[in-house]
Design a protein around this ligand. Sequence first.
Ligand code: CDP
Length: 227
Amino acid sequence: MPTKTPPSIIAIDGPAASGKSTLGLKLANELGYLFFDTGVMYRAVTWIALDHHIDIMNEKAVTALAENSPIDVVPASKSDGRGCDVLVAGRDITWETRLPEVDANVSVVSAYAGVRAALSQQQRRIGQRGEVVMVGRDIGTVVLPEADLKVYLDATAEERAKRRFDELTARGAKVDYDDILAKVSERDRIDSTRDIAPLKAADDAVVVDSNILNVDEVFERVLNLCK
Ligand code: CDP
């Protein structure tokens, strides 16, 4: 029987902490593809704005940062739990992009039209080269609507908050479950109600419910879709 080539462009979208990055990285490693987590670019712009003491509500200033900051996302240089390295002008800011201040402000930044235009153009250029697993909120709908396989990974807010709680606790952070649940829900609310590129499943996406599946089961399910 002839072997089918796996889809070249794979888009994985879904709400906060639904397991997109874990799935995307595993899948990219399995297929020998590039893993590209687009969320880190929005996080990097947010961190630069906070670091420069720029008011997050100042759309013009934040947009200028997105347009002019040399943000690089490259394969992980260390095995410390990161999926990739995030560099700004050569400085490694991978863990800074995960700070609670970034979590709290990133959805405001990512709703700005100019920020989205600047970042999604770069994401599209990288994605169009193929052999890529790209993860985000609008990959299947806006960034790469021509993707060969689109997955929308979902789970209840409670389950996702529990996973984020476990992830942060494992990293040694002192966190409160109810606080995480409130923040994850607020980020989803902003992400799915914004005017431009709101979070939603593409019409031709395969929706995978990760409430009832563990990491390995989600991976197997999506790998089967690639075969
Ligand atoms: O890892 P987690 O699911 O918590 O978030 P993320 O994927 O790192 O994305 C952080 C934020 O960036 C999201 O809450 C969105 O506001 C924004 N984002 C977006 O608007 N579009 C994307 N393609 C990726 C992320």
